[in-house]
Design a protein around this ligand. Sequence first.
Ligand SMILES: Cc1ncc(COP(=O)(O)O)c(C=O)c1O
Ligand SMILES: [Zn+2]
Length: 409
Amino acid sequence: MNRILGYRCTLCKKEYDYGPELMTCPACGEKGILDIVFDYNEVKKVLNRETLKADGDNSMWRYRALMPLKGEGLSKFLRIGWTPMYESLRLGRQLGLDKLFIKDDGINPTASLKDRASGVAVAKALELGYDTISCSSTGNAASSCAGNSARMGLKTVIFVPERAPMGKVAQLLIFGANVVSVRGDYRQTFELSKAAIDKWGFYNRNAGINPILTEGKKTVALEIAEQQNFEPTDWVAVSVGDGCTIGGVYNGFYDLKQMGLIDRIPRILGVQSEGCCPFVDANGGELVPTPENTLADSIAVGVPRNPKKAQRAVRDSNGRWLAVSDDEILAAMRLLGRTEGVFSEPAGVTATAGVKKAVEMGIIKPSESVTVISTGSGLKDVNNAMKAAGEPFKCDPDIKALEASGRIK
Ligand SMILES: Cc1ncc(COP(=O)(O)O)c(C=O)c1O
Ligand SMILES: [Zn+2]
């Protein structure tokens, strides 16, 4: 593939040819997370403003030239990406911002941004001739892996921590995955999946390790830029667990900058929950394992597997790390739903809570433009939605009783 020059280790910076597929740096082992290095001059020949304008493919595959794939059979996939970009009508004003956009990635086939990474992983597994793909996940990577695999006829073995919400587990079971619900936290779930992948030789979709997953997630940034006519907002806010998504957001903007399609990379606001915020605690330094005490289950990751790419995203974009409380997350769920009609799961709305706080703290100025990514649908976790929203008003089936209640004015 002449569009790809090779791999570069994020740790020791050693470069490797793009020949046999690598998972991690052979010199550094598991901690040596790899970047894929593109030849942007080659990519530009097939992916530029003109080709994009002419491309009728309204999915993330419109950016296939920036992915490490041969690119065959992609039109058969579920439709991943090209999710809505809403200019805020009310939320921005409530937060004190002149210009706010909401990128709703809950509108993906299995209802989260993770479909972007799973799509690329499934395509790669098929390209390499695997019949089974496996991952550990707090929920969404798992359900997206299972759904996209079901569509393309791959078998799945999925490891989830016992605490994964039922909505996500239901998705897995409906998609026919072989589900292993692990009595332990996410770290233990990850370790068990790793051992199983080593033992049975499945294709490894673990986001912390497999470098191609960032290349799927980065399509959200490519879309943000294209949907904003290649003049992205000053800030982009995203919630952070393992760190793979925020790493992908940066990579997408980085690619576009290298190709001369954008002039600057937006400042990236990485938002975590106070109950589990190793990146915020580290503030660019060494990460220390933390407990996983948050209702935002998808970002309850005490030992992130992708720290280098995540920290680079914030550092090199001149961004910020910020933590919000669970109460602020629940409040943001209500706020986003009521002001814009977007229903986001707790981890999906954590970035919105972060933007609110960042404006209050003066980190984001009212005149600065912001894109907030909603990374997953609220329907996945109805229990927490009810916690945020409260119980409905109950009434006898009687118009007089309804009138007497004073509920409707
Ligand atoms: C809805 C949602 N938001 C945010 C994230 C964070 O992504 P990452 O773990 O790659 O940092 C996840 C990860 O599972 C997620 O499911
Ligand atoms: Zn290395």
